[in-house]
Design a protein around this ligand. Structure first.
Ligand SMILES: [Zn+2]
Length: 511
């Protein structure tokens, strides 16, 4: 008797534990993307990415979760617009329409979303009236951009899986981009998070940061701002195959996730949201997006519409005319020298007729295979525009810079692991005893750089206009001047001058 009593008591205890566990275990699926950069038709290869396939993956993940009774949140961490020729379709509007049709619960604005400036963003938002909440807690905009002001919010608060969840959007304040927020300003993101998160935490069970700060800064954010339970990141194009864990200064572990870029992967995170307990990661995977995988038919139609709109704006004859042939892959100079990076640096240098040229590898858009070169190829290679009503992208600028400033720019760029392409200037990178890269042996046209000498420098419109609009002091130093020559047409001229064929160049022979 005694035994059976204790056995049934044990059973009841076990059962009640199970019941309790089932009431408390609250899985929530968070599906996320970042840095799609208008890669509407495909990602980095012919077989991957594209919005129809991205949405196809999102919808199939959602459907599977729904079958299991699991609720879903779908978010994007920014940089959905500039970065592909498709951003030129319907003057930037198609990119915004398509992101709005993706079905996100929230999207954070990235630097490549506001590079067109607040006034043009306001114009686009006023005309398409997006339904998706646009987040940017550290973006302040003035009353002169009313549609943007109305749509932009610091955070959303929602209920999922029985828990109150706040999603706060934070965006990068790097000077190289933030000057474009002309009818407003960008404030330091971590300070803003410190200011907002406590109140959000009081009203909610969990706080998620939807961040366009980049992986390194996300770790800082996690450490410095207690109260954040999860960071969904973007900006650094980092593909994390499992959540990175960063302890905050109170010792609580904060998972950080990011999917890379260009719709190559969709993040599928399942967390347990138990009130009063730390958010627990139950599973995580980066789901590869294949073009022959599930596709969303409505998105497919919209993408074809965007192609049509691009063709209408530029004309198929102009867009698809073969202007040359590249025997080498058309690689963007993101982390080091490439044949096409060199071609660009020379194009800037020769067009502006300066002592040297400088450009940032990160400005370059899409790498493409060897083969015929059309004008669309050039647009994809350098998909940059400030004025969405101007059809020809960035122009080439001329600035003046003393030698010491050139040295400083190179030093800082190397420290930030930014690759700088140059023509007329050479330099070497050496690593010091602490393992830090250092710039040495800077030469201009074969001669040692003189700190006090003034040099004329060809740059892209991004750097030229930045120098002009950042401050009166920089304007005074740089004396920026627009040559008025669009980069694409200069590059086309250069390719024709090379006989229409771009081949690997033999390495310069040593003296
Ligand atoms: Zn990006």
């Amino acid at each position: 008797m005694k035994t059976s009593f204790s056995t049934s008591a044990l059973l009841i205890a076990l059962l009640s534990l199970l019941v309790e566990a089932s009431t408390w275990a609250r899985p929530l699926q968070i599906i996320h993307t970042n840095d799609l950069h208008s890669h509407l038709e495909k990602g980095d290869s012919d077989h991957t990415g594209g919005y129809a396939a991205v949405k196809g993956v999102i919808e199939s993940l959602k459907a599977r979760a729904a079958e299991q009774g699991i609720e879903t949140l779908v978010v994007d961490a920014g940089d959905f617009s500039e970065g592909n020729a498709f951003f030129f379709a319907d003057h930037g509007r198609e990119s915004w329409r398509l992101i709005d049709a993706m079905g996100y619960d929230a999207v954070t604005l990235g630097n490549h979303d506001w590079l067109i400036g607040t006034r043009q963003m306001d114009e686009i938002i006023a005309s398409i009236r997006p339904r998706t909440p646009l987040l940017g807690a550290n973006v302040e905009v003035w009353q002169s951009v009313p549609a943007l002001r109305e749509h932009l919010r610091p955070a959303i608060e929602t209920t999922r899986a029985g828990a109150r969840i706040a999603i706060v959007g934070l965006t990068t304040d790097e000077l190289i981009y933030s000057w474009r927020v002309d009818k407003g300003r960008i404030t330091p993101p971590i300070e803003k998070a410190r200011e907002l998160v406590p109140a959000l935490r009081d009203r909610n069970d969990f706080v998620i940061a939807l961040s366009h700060l980049g992986y390194k800064k996300d770790r800082k954010l996690a450490y410095q701002v207690p109260g954040i339970d999860l960071i969904i990141g973007g900006h650094s194009h980092t593909a994390l195959t499992r959540p990175a864990i960063q302890k905050n200064y109170e010792g609580r572990k904060v998972p950080i996730v990011q999917t890379g870029s260009h719709g190559e992967f969709v993040g599928d995170l399942v967390v347990d949201v138990v009130k009063g307990k730390p958010l627990k990661v139950l599973s995580y995977r980066l789901v590869p997006v294949f073009r022959d995988g599930p596709r969303d038919p409505e998105m497919e139609t919209r993408v074809s519409g965007a192609r049509h709109s691009l063709e209408q704006r530029y004309g198929t004859d102009w867009l698809y005319e073969t202007i040359g042939h590249s025997e080498v892959p058309i690689e963007r100079p993101l982390h080091g020298p490439t044949r096409w990076g060199q071609l660009s640096a020379e194009t800037l240098h020769e067009t502006a007729g300066t002592d040297l040229s400088l450009d940032i590898g990160e400005f370059y858009g899409v790498s493409q295979p060897a083969g015929p070169v059309t004008r669309e190829t050039l647009m994809q290679f350098y998909p940059r525009v400030f004025d969405i009503h101007r059809s020809s992208g960035w122009t080439i600028w001329r600035v003046q810079a003393p030698g010491w400033l050139l040295r400083l720019v190179l030093t800082e760029a190397v420290k930030m692991r930014q690759y700088i392409i140059t023509a007329g200037l050479t330099y070497q990178i050496k690593t010091n005893d602490q393992g830090e890269p250092r710039v040495s042996k800077i030469r201009v046209n074969g001669r040692k750089l003189v700190d006090t000498q003034q040099y004329s420098v060809a740059v892209s419109e991004g750097l030229g206009r930045g120098g002009q609009e950042l401050s009166a002091l920089l304007r005074l130093i740089f004396e920026p001047e627009d040559t008025g020559v669009p980069f694409w047409s200069a590059l086309e001229r250069k390719i024709r001058a090379e006989g229409g064929v771009i081949r690997e160049r033999a390495p310069a022979s040593l003296p």
